[in-house]
Design a binder for this molecule. Structure first.
Ligand code: HSE
Length: 317
């Protein structure tokens, strides 16, 4: 039996929503899990570029933790029903840039989990999948939109369960994703965060979370401009993201800019805007990074409403 699952990329935090807000974007990794028939072959994990053939393995570009996290997710699911995985071939077709703050690790965790769940006859429901995925990833803001799609507010409660709600994003607000050519591992980006923050900064973000929710419900551009700010993670990470501060400063006075935020743990940047001017926004980002010798992929996107999808389930074996 062989199952393939297509999982969207995600952008987490969205300014004030550190570890509790994220959205899915239409860029995908596909995880295929195949039960192999040869006993003793163990677990094999391969990573391919999305458009490559098997002989163009990307293994050397994929950090080992990307590989072990997919296995860890699969193992936790098997363990939850008293089993241990064995003789599995896991193939990841990777379109989502790695270590760029676009949820590539969440996508392989989710893809592995959902594929394994199919192989096992669906013992886990959405609630269980969300909990296991969050346990492996450490926070729910990428795995939740990767599983359910859309823009979500998500929380891991004390008992480990995940509570989430979807928000409707105003269609007239544009999203632009800017991906620099350098990587930033999430664990490094989290290592610079303090264990505690001043009360005034916690209050700053609490206010902005409220503003964010109201602004998307009412399509209030002026409120959203206030909402897309953060004091819990971005200020600490700025030094790890060459160009971030300058890009925010250079875009600040551009007409139609609603906000510029770090995507997840970075180093990608997410820009929210309205109206015209997307080309100008993109060229400002490109030129600012070019001054620092950073090349970038910059593209407009939309929110992917569909979460992880099973694209093939071949039980011919
Ligand atoms: N909320 C997470 C962070 C997202 O900012 O570290 C990255 O996985």
């Amino acid at each position: 039996m062989k199952v393939s699952v297509k999982v969207p990329a995600t952008s987490a935090n969205l300014g004030p929503g550190f570890d509790c807000m994220g959205l899915a974007i239409p860029l995908y990794n596909t995880v295929t899990i195949e039960e192999t028939v040869l006993p003793g072959t163990g677990i094999e994990i391969n990573v391919l570029a999305a458009d490559s053939s098997e002989n163009e393995l990307l293994m050397e570009h994929i950090p080992m933790d990307e590989n072990s996290i997919v296995y860890k997710a699969v193992e936790l699911l098997y363990n939850s029903i008293g089993q241990t995985p064995s003789e599995l071939k896991i193939t990841i077709q990777s379109e989502i840039p790695i270590a760029r703050g676009l949820g590539s690790s969440a996508s392989v965790i989710v893809g592995g989990l959902i594929a394994a769940n199919e192989l096992l006859g669906r013992p886990a429901d959405e609630t269980a999948l969300l909990s296991i995925a969050t346990e492996v990833e450490g926070h729910p803001d990428n795995v939740t939109p990767a599983i359910v799609g859309g823009l979500v507010i998500t929380s891991q409660e004390d008992d480990g369960s995940i509570v989430y709600r979807k928000l409707d994003w105003p269609e007239e607000w544009h999203l632009t994703v800017c991906v620099p050519d350098y990587e930033l591992a999430t664990d490094i980006s989290r290592s610079v965060l303090p264990k505690e923050v001043p009360m005034i900064d916690a209050v700053f973000n609490a206010k902005r979370m409220g503003m964010f929710v109201h602004a998307v419900h009412t399509k209030d551009v002026e409120l959203m401009k206030l909402a897309l700010k953060d004091r819990l993670h971005q200020p600490y990470r700025t030094k790890l993201v060459p160009g971030l501060e300058k890009i925010i400063a250079n875009l600040k006075h551009e007409e139609n800019i609603i906000g510029t935020v770090l995507s997840g743990a970075g180093p990608s940047i997410l820009i929210v805007s309205s109206g015209n001017g997307l080309d100008k926004i993109k060229s400002i980002v490109r030129e600012t990074w070019a001054d620092l010798n950073v090349k970038a992929q910059i593209f407009d996107t939309v929110i992917e409403k569909q979460g992880a999808t099973i694209i093939s389930n071949d039980d011919s074996k």
